[in-house]
Design a protein around this ligand. Structure first.
Ligand code: MG
Length: 165
């Protein structure tokens, strides 16, 4: 099915992502705080408010919204047992060899160049704060969200770094 000239307003995608993140218990300030923590060693005058503004900027980017929407929905569908096997079990169990969650998130970080990608890799290893919370919460399907949050923070880091470059 394809409708030529179909367009969706980015504001709908933005509203969807913000509302889903809120439902999942994500406080956007927690994300901008991580970005601030990672960047203040390079930019001493950096403020949390500034990082929060840059977080909001990256959250308006269409390519980021597209990938975040897909990932969040796959978590939700798996949580509600709406996916078919074997994908259902793969996503529900966060199978280590799957890798689509990391790829989808890495693509977001990649939009922001080397600083985005290296910070994404770093966050994937250290899993700060709220990212760690999702990584360790085994009661829900969090296969995509932890990587997506890491990518959003990494994108924010890059945006802040580029601003001061
Ligand atoms: Mg994952």
């Amino acid at each position: 099915m394809e409708t030529k000239n179909f367009k969706y307003p980015d504001t709908k995608a933005y509203e969807f992502v913000i509302s889903e993140l809120k439902k999942r218990g994500v406080d956007l300030h927690e994300l901008s705080k991580i970005a601030c923590h990672l960047q203040e060693q390079f930019i001493p005058q950096l403020t949390e408010e500034e990082c929060y503004q840059e977080l909001n900027n990256v959250l308006h980017k269409r390519e980021l919204l597209n990938n975040v929407m897909v990932g969040l929905e796959l978590d939700r569908l798996a949580e509600e047992n709406q996916l078919k096997e074997p994908l259902l079990s793969i996503v529900r169990n966060d199978a280590g060899v799957f890798g689509v969650d990391e790829s989808l998130a890495l693509q977001i970080a990649d939009i922001y160049g080397t600083i985005g990608v290296t910070n994404f890799g770093y966050l994937d290893r250290v899993k700060y704060g709220i990212i760690k919370k999702f990584d360790e919460d085994k009661g829900h399907v969090n296969t995509f969200i932890d990587d997506l949050l890491g990518a959003i923070v990494a994108a924010t880091c890059a945006k802040v770094a580029h601003k001061y470059a």
